[in-house]
Design a protein around this ligand. Structure first.
Ligand code: OSB
Ligand code: MG
Length: 367
């Protein structure tokens, strides 16, 4: 039985600024969701919206409001306190996927712990070791090269690089010349339009693993047109926030790959459904990252143990972004891989001291 839900708004500086064409992230705010049972078991989730709405519409403030004033009150009213009961509640609230995922993932962790199972097994994972990957979001090619050097030395075997018009061909050329055998993918965060198709076609000879979200968030049609004009596989990120979006993208041939993020699609349950759909339709999937803290990273590891997650995800060590993460032990990539833990639930303890240090606001909601 659920007893209380605590929401911790936390803030932590990044080790290095994260540059995209839309925003520079220096300081990460987020919400940690703690679900307490009557028996003293604690489940953890994380709401991954940013301080500003550059990636999707949600922000830390909107997700806090949604959780506190809309989602949790409706869950209480409908007595929905397990992940299996949430879909019918969530259906009545449009959008706000990151807020929903924060509480949903906490209840998955709680349920797995109450059943004494590691979360990855509880959700149907089939492998213990997941493939890591790292993102380089630098503001110059020199800085990008320095970061790649560091990450390759740490054992990463796949790198994703942020691109945008003018920061694409020459940028990738220089990196490819230095690391010809390094599997590389590019993420545009919708920086292009179909008018710039030539700039995207020019990247074909580099043999990138894929190009992620080249065009607008709401443009499955243009992505379908683009995919027919380029050899590089298109991967969709921002465009896929529902199961239906994934169905439409598949029908239209808008992509060959989908990056699944638990927060963007509204929880582990919808993430699993999209995974199953992709697996049945020959669409490759991998797990995306959100510059998140250890709790969400742990959920990402669990998700990546599902059968279809064969491509290395944006799964990196805690030390990629943080001096000290809020979990114990810290997540560590070894030889380009991460081991899913065997302890119950997410399999990591909360570093209470660190959590307290970074908490800037706390809400306690009785069930
Ligand atoms: O587009 O995949 C993205 C980070 C924040 C918001 C959007 C994206 C990203 C990343 C992943 O590229 C970074 C990570 O490893 O967490
Ligand atoms: Mg992306």
């Amino acid at each position: 039985m659920l007893k209380q839900i605590n929401l911790y708004v936390i803030e932590m500086p990044l080790k290095n600024p994260f540059y995209t064409h839309l925003e520079v992230v220096n300081n990460r705010k987020g919400i940690i969701v703690e679900a307490l049972s009557e028996d003293g078991v604690k489940g953890y989730g994380e709401t991954v919206a940013f301080s500003t709405p550059w990636y999707t519409e949600e922000t830390v403030q909107t997700s806090l409001h949604m959780l506190k004033d809309v989602i949790i009150p409706l869950m209480k009213k409908e007595k929905a306190s397990t992940p299996g009961r949430l879909s019918s509640v969530f259906e009545k609230i449009r959008g706000n996927h990151m807020a929903k995922a924060g509480i949903e993932t906490a209840l998955w962790d709680l349920e797995a712990k109450e059943n004494g199972e590691p979360l990855w097994k509880w959700i149907g994972g089939v492998r213990r070791e997941v493939k890591a990957g790292v993102v380089v979001a630098a503001n110059s090619v020199e800085q990008a090269e320095r970061q790649i050097e560091e990450y390759v030395n740490e054992g990463y075997e796949r790198v994703k690089i942020k691109i945008s018009p003018g920061k694409d061909f020459a940028f990738i050329k220089q990196i490819k010349e230095r690391y010809p055998d390094l599997p590389l993918m590019a993420d545009a965060n919708s920086a292009y339009s179909l008018e710039e198709v030539e700039a995207i076609q020019a990247l074909d000879p580099f043999g990138l693993m894929m190009i992620e979200q080249p065009l607008a968030v709401d443009d499955l049609v243009d992505h379908s047109i683009l995919q027919k004009q380029i050899q590089t596989p298109v991967c969709l990120d921002e465009s896929i926030s529902t199961f239906h979006d994934a169905e439409s993208a598949i029908k239209l041939g808008s992509c060959q790959v989908i990056n699944i993020k638990i927060g963007r699609v509204g929880g582990i349950h919808p993430a699993k459904r999209i995974h199953d759909l992709c697996l049945a339709n020959g669409i490759d999937v991998w797990c995306g990252g959100m510059i998140e803290f250890g709790i969400s990273r742990a959920h990402n590891i669990a998700l990546s143990t599902l059968e279809g997650f064969t491509i290395p995800g944006d799964l990196s060590s805690s030390s990629r972004f943080w001096e000290e993460d809020i979990i114990d032990p810290q997540i560590e990539v070894k030889n380009g891989r991460i081991q899913a833990p065997m302890k119950s639930g997410i399999g990591f303890e909360i570093n209470e001291k660190r959590l307290k240090e970074v908490t800037i606001h706390k809400e306690e909601i009785k069930w």
